[in-house]
Design a protein around this ligand. Structure first.
Ligand code: FAD
Length: 304
């Protein structure tokens, strides 16, 4: 099996998520061919063949021109899958390629199991195991779902180029709306996980955060359920934080959550399960019901 992996740049910087594509390909046991519209002084550090087009000429973000370049490579290499990160770049380009080649697309893949692609469904409560209906396919992978491979390869570069008119003009990047809270600067974060039980219990966790003079954080299910605003989510699809104290309340310690808080100086976890994975990164694991322990702790802190 052969896969064409599409690297991504933003304002001249190669995005780290590019290396997650390599891990995805390894899970498939596939031969890796790379494609990048990028910058010569900042090539992906990957092993294998890299088809490279200069972003100075072809534009850093031009799905029309990049599509034509990718199709050139597909013609030469005939890959089984063409793989993108599920970013604004990937979700713009991927369907254009699938439509041009008349092949199926599977989007937001989070895992590979026995050659099948796993995608979340029903707000990630279910997982679907799918394959494209065609022999070949286009895939997008969720950022953060596959750990990035070590960037230590030396690509065999073949430069490609295209003189094409484009109806698309790239105007520029626009910053997303400012987050209501910047957890990256917080020194103390008290985060609520699904173990908190129900939205009515969130103020109890918030009270502990206030008692510490810190900020409320949350795991993804709590945010997905609408109990806490997304700007407070910690993890690969939320914020990456490094507070002096991180208190995880009813959080199991899934890899995507740990990726966002593992740089915390001191971690206290409160969990009814003494074997919860959060225990592996916690300096202190309190085995208790969060709704009994947290109010008592908040009261104690207020008296100090
Ligand atoms: P659960 O895993 O359900 O854990 C709940 C915990 O609470 C358990 O350990 C349980 O023992 C404990 N508990 C239950 N009742 C009590 C009680 N009364 N008192 C104390 N403890 C109790 N997750 C994130 O958090 N952030 C992300 O950015 C993120 N990004 C993701 C990106 C991708 C691509 C994918 C696939 C997943 C992502 N996830 C993310 C989801 C992640 O995989 C986990 O599903 C999620 O972190 C689990 O949240 P949780 O720990 O709150 O819930």
């Amino acid at each position: 099996m052969k896969v064409l992996l599409v690297a991504e740049y933003r304002e001249k910087q190669l995005l780290e998520t590019t290396y997650e594509l390599a891990t995805f390909a390894d899970k498939l046991g596939a031969e890796k061919i790379w494609f990048a519209v990028g910058y010569k002084d900042n090539l992906p550090k990957v092993a294998g063949k890299l088809y490279f087009a200069d972003a100075e000429k072809h534009g850093e973000f031009n799905p029309d021109v990049h599509k034509k370049l990718i199709l050139q490579v597909v013609e030469k290499e005939n890959p089984d899958y063409i793989v993108f990160v599920h970013s604004s770049y990937g979700w713009d380009l991927a369907p254009r390629i699938a439509a041009a080649l008349k092949i199926g697309q599977v989007s937001e893949v989070i895992e590979v199991v026995d050659g099948q692609f796993v995608v979340p469904s029903c707000n990630a409560k279910l997982r679907r195991f799918v394959k494209p209906a065609t022999d070949k396919g286009v895939i997008t992978i969720q950022a953060g779902a596959f750990p990035p491979a070590e960037p230590n390869g030396e690509p065999e570069v073949e430069e490609i180029s295209l003189d094409a008119e484009s109806a698309i003009e790239f105007v520029g990047y626009e910053e997303a709306e400012a987050k209501t809270v910047d957890l990256t600067k917080a020194e103390i974060i008290v985060s609520a996980g699904r173990g908190v039980g129900k939205p009515d219990n969130i103020p109890v966790i918030e009270e502990l955060a206030k008692a510490f003079g810190g900020e409320l954080g949350a795991s993804r299910p709590v945010v997905d359920a609408g109990w806490v605003d997304h700007s407070r989510q910690v993890g690969t699809t939320g914020q990456t934080v490094a507070p002096k104290l991180y208190v995880a309340c009813g959080i199991s310690g899934a890899i995507q959550h740990l990726a966002g808080m593992k740089k915390s100086e001191f971690v206290v976890a409160i969990n009814t399960d003494k074997d919860a994975p959060i225990g592996e990164v916690a300096d202190v694991l309190v085995v208790a019901d969060v709704m009994q322990f947290v109010p008592a702790l908040a009261e104690k802190i207020k008296t100090i």
